[in-house]
Write a protein that binds this ligand. Sequence first.
Ligand code: WTA
Length: 637
Amino acid sequence: MSNSYQINSKEEYDLAYKKSIENPEAFWSDVADNFHWHKKWDQVLHWDFVSPKIEWFKGGKLNITENCLDRWVKSQPDAAAIIWEANDPNEESRTLTYKELHFKVSQFANVLKNNGARKGDRICIYMPMVPELTIAILACARIGCIHSVVFGGFSAQSISDRIQDAQCNIVITADGAFRGNKSIPLKSIIDEALITCPSVKKVIVLTRTSIPVSMLNGRDVWWEEEIKQVENKGNPECIAESMDAEDMLFILYTSGSTGKPKGVVHTCGGYMVWTNYTFVNVFQYQKSQIHFCTADIGWITGHSYIIYGPLSAGATSLMFEGIPTWPDSGRFWDIIEKHKVDILYTAPTAIRSLMGFGLDPIKEKNLSSLKILGTVGEPINEEAWHWYNENIGKKNCPIVDTWWQTETGGILISNIAGITKSKPTFATLPLPGIQPIIVDENGNELVGNNVSGNLCIKFPWPGILRTTYGDHERCRTAYFSTYKNLYFTGDGCLRDAEGDYRITGRVDDVLNVSGHRIGTAEVENAINMHSGVVESAIVGYPHDIKGQGIYAFVIFNGIHTDEAHTRKDICITVSKIIGAIAKPDKIQFVSGLPKTRSGKIMRRILRKIAEGETTNLGDTTTLLDPAVVEEIKLNRL
Ligand code: WTA
């Protein structure tokens, strides 16, 4: 790749950064000129953080799939767009060239149209990590439908909440999914979810595990049969819908500190420019390299760095269906050797879990193709960073520590591979266009170096969220009202003596468990659904592999003959309501919770107890019943 906006040296980074701050409109206009637009924008940027209202490339017309597919079909039709590695290493891997992917996306877009999909419709996608997932996503974008991908680990209840919130009319799923030695019955989970989703008129089902499923006449159709119908019509090309830059591209639900997950909305133009710019620069992608992002497409990392970032850059993106520890803990290393992967982008939690298996699984593996390593999703601890650097990168591969969020669309703070320095546990420097500011509790800016506080951003970048679906006020209160005229990230952060940023973790009631965002309120609500539970409080505690574990304090008045059994029951309840990812790691039964006289749970105290701190709990005099703290301390797990 050699784009005019590819940063090739520290000097170029400094220059790009300076220009992006001094004249953001000219800077992003130059970058956006490298894409295919049907019509050029009238205005580069229009914004205020009060409403908030943010518009990039307004009036511009484009289709993101033409930028991800058609332009590469012209220049490099036979280059691999996707390499897919199955869950089972004995199943053959698949490669889809740009030409093939383009064909299949166009074909499936026609299937969607035949099933009633129209521009602006919301389509829920609940699928395994197979190439058809990418095809389904791009097919939605091709015809202007808004995709809402739901991670395969979520329960029927969670899916139903998301479908109802977005009023989806079509669901794309599969009979089942393979994950390690398990298989998950996706279609039957969808069936359960749809009992409460009258808006859904069609369900398109891909065959993956070949387990028996029930198909509802008139509503459910098979992917393969629908494709045949399009083939019978001679496979007409599906013309890409002309979208406004600010039309919605997708919704992705994410947890916040209150209430149900919110539907973060990204739009076509800005998101495309941002994912592409950050992909090309942070990973220093070079033509024909193989990029392996191990995230699931059900999360933002998969959206931005398996699909849109790499494909909009004409890159080869490796998609893996399985898990890092099956059939054994050498699976990542096998894949890297087999496909000669150049760039590996994974989560600290995966690194820590693989560290636990020692060096044997790596010994005989040839990892010499690797050039760049990346991490994302949570703070990386020093030990994991060094292990990654020494044993995977062989001290030869720069590690990029990329900080960002579902709401930011793409990476905001990160070193640039091999160009700006890496520093263990530091995301280091803001990318061009990003103006971070650290504030104290009252919103006062902390200037200079050697400061720590709450991380905000003071100027929009093209990939920033535009709204939360169906509830703009929620977007305003969650991100733009804590501090005036600033986007509040919810993260704590420090800027060291050299001006480098280190993200220290969430400062709100959101946990980060194995890199997954989980709201404490959501887990509490789920636990409280158990008929024997009176009240509960959730806090995070340090966990060697997951980063944070979930500690639940539960007041139980049901009859429990056996605590272990009740704990299991509560976990089943949480799995049913949210999904297995939100199951508490520890459940302590208590007779009361530490509350203020006004009835507010003092989480600070519970957090300290969960972390193992029992002496220095801070001020407990304002508590309604200080004795309860003693009891909780005594019975700590
Ligand atoms: C955390 C994932 C430290 C952070 C892309 C953020 C990180 C949340 C890093 C967003 C990092 C992400 N270092 N913390 N490099 N990357 N985080 O929305 O707390 O799933 O707010 O997006 O993950 O999680 P989300």
